[in-house]
Design a protein around this ligand. Structure first.
Ligand code: FEO
Length: 393
């Protein structure tokens, strides 16, 4: 396996996980990557490592261009195991290398792998000289851990952005402009990893203003060149105004009644010209939850449906509520519907949670006992029409 040259002085020496399908909750339908980069000048820096189970592949790529003895610095932008997992094995081989990271990075890596690693602590804005090339370190707190930082190579305008601007997709063509549907992959990644930290994302984007960035080399997925503003602008948009004239219906029933109500509301919204995505939460596979988060993020209105399950929302509706909370849904609208047997309770519990999230509830709630009849379904259709008007207002 060989290193891939990405600029005059930088090679990609990461690993590809072709079989990855679920990256801690993010759907990865085409696999994923753990990116690591080597910057070569009089001195050599290796930026991040890979998940420990891919160390062999990582090593082979490094060895395709140099011996481990040639590495002067190993830079840890982020301590999470997918990037730091190979540090212990790598530092054993790269005997002269110093391990550069932030103060908090030292704390985390010491805790994970021991205090005896040859740490070199750096501060925000500090630079190291590799020869004619310099690397500057940029603290990026909560992007997406407290210790995270980015590295910026000034001379070639390369931002090693860590998880920021990443995507979990494997593509042998290596570059974002050659990867089909890259924005969809990046959006799914953003929704789960970064949307919970919107303020930090905006601070991070602000911090990058004024830097000449020609290449963004993230730690997952393809590398951005030529069109770096495409992903920078997308991050700004997803953090500030991701909503479209769109509604998400997230529901779970038991005997088909809640499902029929969902159908009536969906038909109404579609006939009113609103984009709709409906999820039967009783049937979602684990990797479809990240698609739900993207749709939550983009929807102006969320429509929750639940059968009352022993006085509560159906269990997977509770999971959906937790995920909704993560994407900062304040200001969105919500409509509630569902069925119950001998006693209700689900919609009240959902309403309480949504109120706490700052979501505007549209009343009345559509709650029916046992099964919806024609009139109930007509009410669902009418409520859908009213909601469509509000979405389009
Ligand atoms: Fe890709 Fe936060 O690790």
């Amino acid at each position: 396996m060989k290193a891939v040259k990405i600029s005059e002085s930088v090679y990609w020496v990461g690993a590809i996980d072709w079989s990855l399908r679920n990256f801690h909750g993010i759907a990865a339908p085409r696999g994923g990557t753990y990116n690591s980069y080597i910057v070569i000048d009089e001195k050599v820096a290796l930026i991040d490592t890979v998940n420990s189970e891919f160390f062999e592949e990582h090593s082979e790529r490094i060895k395709s261009i140099m011996d481990f003895d040639g590495i002067d610095y190993v830079i840890s932008n982020h301590s999470e195991a997918d990037h730091s997992g190979s540090i212990p094995k790598l530092m054993e081989k790269a005997k002269k290398a110093k391990l550069i990271t932030s103060r908090k990075g030292v704390e985390y890596l010491s805790r994970m792998y021991g205090e005896e690693l040859p740490f070199l602590t750096i501060k925000d804005g500090e630079e190291i000289k590799l020869g004619k090339l310099k690397l500057r370190f940029i603290d990026a707190p909560m992007l997406h851990w407290p210790e995270t930082m980015m590295s910026y190579m000034i001379e070639e305008g390369i931002l090693f952005s860590c998880d920021f601007f990443g995507a979990q997709v494997a593509d042998s063509r290596m570059f974002a402009d050659l990867t089909p549907n890259i924005i969809e992959h990046a959006k799914r990644y953003y929704a789960l990893i970064f949307r919970p930290f919107v303020r930090a994302v905006l601070n991070g984007l602000n911090k990058l203003k004024g830097l000449k960035i020609d290449i963004i080399a993230p730690s997952h997925g393809p590398i951005w060149r030529n069109d770096v503003n495409k992903i920078i602008d997308a991050y700004f948009n997803w953090s500030t105004a991701p909503e479209k004239e769109k509604a998400v219906i997230a529901y779970a029933g038991i005997w088909g009644g809640t499902e029929r109500m969902a159908e009536a509301i969906a038909n109404s919204l579609v006939s009113s010209g609103v984009e709709v995505m409906a999820y039967d939460l009783a049937k979602l596979s684990w990797d479809q939850w990240s698609d739900l988060m993207v749709d939550f993020m983009e929807a102006k209105a969320i429509i929750f449906g639940s059968h009352t399950f022993i006085g509560n929302p159906f269990p997977t509706v509770k999971v959906a509520l937790d995920l909704l909370k993560l994407i900062n849904p304040k200001g969105k609208m919500a409509l509630l519907f569902g069925t119950y047997g001998w006693g209700g309770g689900a919609l009240k519990a959902i309403a309480n949670e949504l109120k706490e999230m700052g979501i505007n509830l549209i009343e009345p709630f559509l709650e029916v006992q046992f099964v919806p009849h024609e009139e109930d379904l007509r009410n669902c259709f009418e409520s859908g029409k009213l909601l469509a008007e509000k979405i389009k207002a």
